[in-house]
Ligand binder design. Structure first.
Ligand code: FES
Ligand code: FES
Length: 149
């Protein structure tokens, strides 16, 4: 099927299978920040923004994304630098495999709820982003710092 996708403000004309997940399309195009992990909506590693809201790209079909605005980590470079520095400062990055999906979701949190400081709300918002290496404490310290800038 022939579709047009708007990814990071650039239009891509593509031939995709009707049942192709957006995750596969994005990785085939070279957006390797979008990680392929559980592919069952459980880990959050494939998170991207679609029309400014976080979505699991393993769980949505590419054909459903026509006329929507898709943004990957590659399209968020300024904000990624800020939160990425806090994550590094707090030693919250170990293997780093979870980081791109986590960062996309943290950026969406700040954009949607810039004044939020409620710890429980923040943890609930980010609860879909799993990390196998850390205890989440470093990430939370980084998120608190990021919400203050
Ligand atoms: S790869 Fe999509 S949620 Fe795990
Ligand atoms: S740092 Fe390894 S999975 Fe999160």
């Amino acid at each position: 099927m022939n579709i047009n996708l708007n990814i990071n403000n650039k239009i891509y004309n593509l031939q995709v299978d009707v049942d192709e997940p957006l995750l596969k399309t994005l990785r085939t195009l070279g957006f390797k920040s979008v990680k392929s992990a559980c592919e069952t909506s459980n880990c959050g590693l494939c998170t991207v923004l679609i029309d400014d809201l976080p979505h699991l790209s393993c769980t949505i079909l590419s054909v459903q994304c026509e006329s929507k605005k898709i943004v990957t980590l590659e399209g968020l470079s300024e904000e990624v630098k800020i939160i990425g520095d806090f994550i590094a400062e707090e030693g919250a990055d170990q293997c780093g495999f979870c980081s791109s999906g986590f960062i996309v979701n943290v950026i969406s949190l700040k954009r949607l709820y810039p004044d939020i400081r409620d710890e429980l709300f923040i943890k609930n918002y980010l609860s879909g982003n799993l990390c196998r290496c850390t205890g989440y404490e470093g990430q939370m310290r980084a998120v608190r710092k990021y919400l203050e800038v």
